[in-house]
Design a protein around this ligand. Structure first.
Ligand code: MLT
Length: 231
């Protein structure tokens, strides 16, 4: 699913939805939970996020690639590595990624994918043995390259283990086939890479395009994203 705005075209019952927003929401979520954040509450609006601030939660907000004022964190994965996140619960809102999670709640399971944990997500999906829908956060309802490349990387890892029923998977697979030897080079002209570079945010791009830095899989339990722990 190339955009959260198209989720209504899919029946999410019985499915695992993998939400991906490589630059940078899901990369930051994986990083924060891997660095000791206890839980993340993805919310859609700044006002919802602000309400958590008044209850003493850690808060993170990003709009148009920039940290929103009056919140503790923005959306750079490097700020999610700080010691002060350990043991905390974080309310988080971003331009696209957190909204994509909120739109996926009808699924059996909602998990968070990034290049940073792509192999662990693939292993999780094999264990779950349910149909899968990858929801690409994109940019304000539009297609973006990096999220679809993640879907292609996942399709590569699940080749032979899952049957694909649509051309979107095939397209993502072949796109990744073309790009996999040098993702940063392939994405150098991508719209959000350009947007972030214009904001002098470059090291986040390099970091978010690394594969399998972490082995956790954030899964939604009620309103909270927590690291998946097998029964
Ligand atoms: C998004 O929600 O699309 C991203 O997180 C935006 C960003 O962090 O630059």
């Amino acid at each position: 699913c190339f955009s959260p705005e198209l989720i209504h075209l899919y029946d999410l019952k019985g499915r695992v939805v993998v939400v991906v927003d490589i630059l940078r929401a899901t990369s930051s979520m994986v990083t924060g939970l891997a660095h000791g954040l206890e839980k993340i509450i993805p919310v859609s609006t700044l006002a919802e996020c602000q309400q958590f601030a008044s209850k003493g939660y850690l808060t993170a907000a990003e709009r148009d690639g920039k940290k929103a004022e009056d919140f503790d964190l923005g959306n750079s994965p490097f700020s999610y590595m700080e010691d002060f996140v350990k043991g905390k619960t974080l309310a988080m809102t971003t331009t696209n990624g957190t909204h994509a999670i909120r739109l996926s709640l009808a699924a059996d399971k909602v998990v968070v994918g990034a290049f940073l944990n792509v192999s662990s997500v693939a292993a999780y999906l094999v264990e779950q043995q349910k149909d899968v829908l990858v929801v690409c956060a994109g940019w304000k309802g539009k297609f973006n390259l990096e999220d679809t490349l993640f879907a292609g990387a996942l399709a590569h890892k699940l080749q032979g283990l899952f049957e694909s029923e649509n051309d979107a998977t095939l397209a993502a697979y072949h796109l990744y086939e073309t790009a996999k030897s040098d993702l940063p080079l392939y994405l150098s002209k991508a719209s959000h890479v350009q947007r972030l570079k214009n904001l002098n945010i470059t090291k986040d791009i390099t970091f978010c395009l690394q594969q399998d830095v972490y082995d956790i899989v954030p899964v939604l339990e009620g309103d909270y994203l927590v690291p998946y722990t097998p029964e």
